[in-house]
Design a binder for this molecule. Sequence first.
Ligand SMILES: Cc1cc2nc3c(=O)[nH]c(=O)nc-3n(C[C@H](O)[C@H](O)[C@H](O)COP(=O)(O)OP(=O)(O)OC[C@H]3O[C@@H](n4cnc5c(N)ncnc54)[C@H](O)[C@@H]3O)c2cc1C
Length: 305
Amino acid sequence: MDLISQIKKIESKISSKILFNEKLSNYSWFNVGGPGKVFFTPRNLNELSIFLKNIKNFDNIKILGVGSNTLVRDGGFSGIIIRLGKTFAHTSILGNDRIIAGGSVLDKSLSNFAMQNSLSGFEFLSCIPGTIGGGIRMNSGCYGEDISKILISVQVMDFNGKVHIIYSSDIKFNYRDCNLEDNLIFISATFQGVKKDKAEIKKKIDYLVEKKKKDQPSKIKTCGSTFKNPKNNKAWKLIRDSGCAGMKFGEAHISEKHCNFFVNEGNAKSSDLENLIKVVKKKVLEKTGINLELEIKIIGENFEE
Ligand SMILES: Cc1cc2nc3c(=O)[nH]c(=O)nc-3n(C[C@H](O)[C@H](O)[C@H](O)COP(=O)(O)OP(=O)(O)OC[C@H]3O[C@@H](n4cnc5c(N)ncnc54)[C@H](O)[C@@H]3O)c2cc1C
C-alpha cells in the first residue's frame, strides 16, 4: 500500500492533525523550502504510537522541532514529518532539584521555568531558540555549557511506536552532536538543576542574553551557525580569513555581523543558501586546508523543473 493510502487508513483511527503538502518554509527559521508530503502533529503519546505502528515498510520519516537548525530543500520532503505540538510542551518539577520537560518545550521556556523554581544550570538555554528535542539531538549549547551537562535521561519513542528510557550516561555526546539514532523521537527529558537564589539566576540569564545580542545578529531569517567550529578554531574566523565575508548568492547572504550566520535576506531559495554553503566550504578548504563540517541539518529533495 502506498504512503497516502496508509495515512488515509490511520486517519480513521486517530484524531491528531495530519496535513498533506504542508509548506515547510513555515517551519524553518530560514523560511525556505518546498512542501512536506505528510505532516503529522500527534495529539498525544498514544496517537503517536498508533500512527507509527500503522506505518508499514516506510522509514522516510523526519522529526522537526521549531526548525531553528534545519534547512529544507526547494523540492520539499517526500516522506513524513513529525512535529511534536503543544501537548508535548509540559514542564514539571521532580523532587527538589529535577525538571521533566516535554520534547517540544522551548529552550527559553525551560530556562524560565527553572529560574521560577530557583534551579540553576539552565541559564544558557535562554540564548538558544530551539526546543528540548532539537537541543538533545544537537547537544546545543553556548558559553561553555551544553545540554549534556544537565541531562539525566531522555524518554524516546522509536519508529515502531515503542517507548524507551535512555540514560545520559549511556549517550555519547559530542560537540553539537550525539550518537542517539535518527529513528528516535525525544518525547520528554529529565534534567538536573542546582538550587540557587532566583535573583542570581535571573542576573545570569540577563547577562547571557545581552552578551548574545552583542555577539550575534538577531531578528533575521537564519539557522544560527552554519558550520561547526573545528577543533581549536572558529568557523567564522576561517570564513572571514578566506575572503568570504559579505558573500552573496541570490538573496542568500553571509551576515555582516557574524560570518558563520547565513541569512535569507528576503526571497532566497534553499538552493541559494546551499550554493553559498558549497562555495564557502570550497574557499575555506582551498585557503586553509580545513574541511568545514555542517552544523545545520539539510532535509528534502532538490527542486526539479
Ligand atoms: C539565531 C540563532 C541562534 C542560535 N544559537 C545557537 C547557540 O548558541 N547554540 C546552539 O547550540 N545552537 C544555536 N542555534 C541553533 C538551534 O537553535 C539549535 O540547534 C536548536 O537546538 C535546534 O532546535 P530545533 O527545535 O529548532 O531543532 P530543528 O532545527 O527542528 O531540528 C534539529 C535536529 O533535531 C532533531 N529533532 C528536533 N526535535 C526532535 C525530537 N523531539 N526528537 C528527535 N529529534 C528531534 C531534528 O530531526 C534535527 O535533526 C541557533 C539558531 C538560531 C536561529
